[in-house]
Design a protein around this ligand. Structure first.
Ligand code: IPM
Ligand code: MG
Length: 370
């Protein structure tokens, strides 16, 4: 029997309610697989943790995360007024998410942009552009670049306020994420789209140099170089040409949100953040404080993050696929939640908890090894 400890960080806004549904799915997986057992331990993280414990990433949460085999994290952040009450460096992004990423050294962020038939009606793209569906794995470097480079704020010799933020990467940071990109491409269509901006940025020149070296280890993979601005356009015009895309941190932040845009919602974007020793899983979207507590947020991204955890942290690829299938089944039966429905659409509207219950009951119909 394998025992896995999972740290549960529900977060803020819609976090706790979508996390509840993800936990339902985890409990079913636990109960129907006699050879694994999950021990779930909840810990505070985010803006609510700041108000309750004085820090958005309290020591007690670090302890829970250190001893966990994997971490499931909900979105964090409160509304503008509440956020204003928190000192700038203790706001959940700078005070919790970025430190978590750095601390765990989760340098590889997997963001699937996945639009199977059952979800196609959510997309703003025309059916002829979507074709057979969209299935892209965006791989984003997560602990380097502008996000973590040296920063300086001050007044210059002309008396003007100025800011300086640096985009730093060394070749080791670049090569390890590129290896992840190539390995992922090897397991899929053996095509890797390298997203860069080498016509302007020196960081991209080094990135591409390192890529030529790493590519020698993967002769079967075809590399396609695309400038990041062009990639933004191509994602709208012809997303089907992409399979695995690899890019630095800031490019990945922006293009993955665009990925959510072409799916029709960031609510359809789960993610996995992997390091060599530790991993955490989170939706790519924010905490939507305006709809928090209303039981209308779709838990897809949180349950999808569970599916990614089972596959990537616990080697349970079959159950992972079963969870994806169960969610598609709920959508193909016409159900959705208010946050994920177009006005006038032909949708059977259900609440967050009902969506979770329906995923669980669909999952029960699929045998654990089937
Ligand atoms: C994301 C988010 C974060 C980021 C924020 C919340 C710090 O936008 O995970 O994409 O910019 O990386
Ligand atoms: Mg983002």
């Amino acid at each position: 029997m394998k025992k896995y400890k999972i740290a549960i960080l529900p977060g803020d806004g819609i976090g706790p309610e979508i996390m509840r549904e993800a936990v339902k799915v985890l409990k079913l997986i636990d109960s129907r697989n006699p050879d694994v057992s999950f021990e779930l331990e909840e810990a505070p993280f985010g803006a609510s943790a700041y108000f309750q414990h004085g820090h958005p990433f309290p020591e007690l949460t670090k302890k829970v995360c250190s001893s966990a085999d994997a971490i499931l994290k909900g979105p964090v952040g409160l509304n503008y007024e509440e956020t204003e009450k928190i000192p700038v460096d203790l706001r959940p992004e700078r005070g919790a998410i970025l430190p978590l990423r750095k601390w765990l050294n989760t340098y590889a962020n997997f963001r699937p942009v996945y639009l199977p038939k059952a979800l196609a009606h959510f997309s703003p793209l025309k059916p002829e552009i979507i074709g057979e569906g969209i299935d892209i794995m965006m791989i984003r470097e997560l602990v380097g670049g502008l996000y973590f480079g040296a920063k300086e704020v001050g007044v210059n010799e002309r008396g003007l306020r100025y800011v300086k933020e640096t985009l730093e990467y060394d070749e080791e940071q670049i090569s390890r994420i590129l290896h992840v990109g190539f390995k992922t491409a090897m397991g899929r269509k053996k095509v890797l789209h390298n997203i860069h901006k080498n016509n302007v940025l020196k960081s991209s020149v080094l990135w591409n140099e390192v890529l030529e070296e790493v590519a020698r280890d993967y002769p079967q993979v075809k590399v396609v170089h695309v400038l990041v601005d062009a990639a933004a356009t191509l994602l709208c015009l012809n997303p089907g040409q992409f399979d695995v895309m690899v890019m630095e941190n800031m490019f990945g932040d922006i293009l993955s949100d665009q990925g959510g845009g072409i799916l029709g919602s960031l609510g359809l974007m789960p993610s996995a953040c992997l390091g060599d020793d530790k991993a955490y899983y989170e939706p790519s979207h924010g905490s939507a404080p305006d709809i928090g507590g209303k039981n209308i947020a779709n838990p897809y991204s949180m349950i999808g993050s569970v599916a990614m955890m089972l596959d990537l942290s616990f080697g349970m690829s079959r159950e992972s696929k079963n969870i994806w299938d169960a969610m598609q089944n709920v959508f193909s039966q016409g159900y959705s939640t208010a946050d994920l429905s177009k006005p006038g659409g032909d949708i059977k509207m259900i609440k967050t908890n009902e969506f979770g219950d329906r995923v669980v009951s669909e999952l029960q119909k699929i045998p654990s090894n089937g």
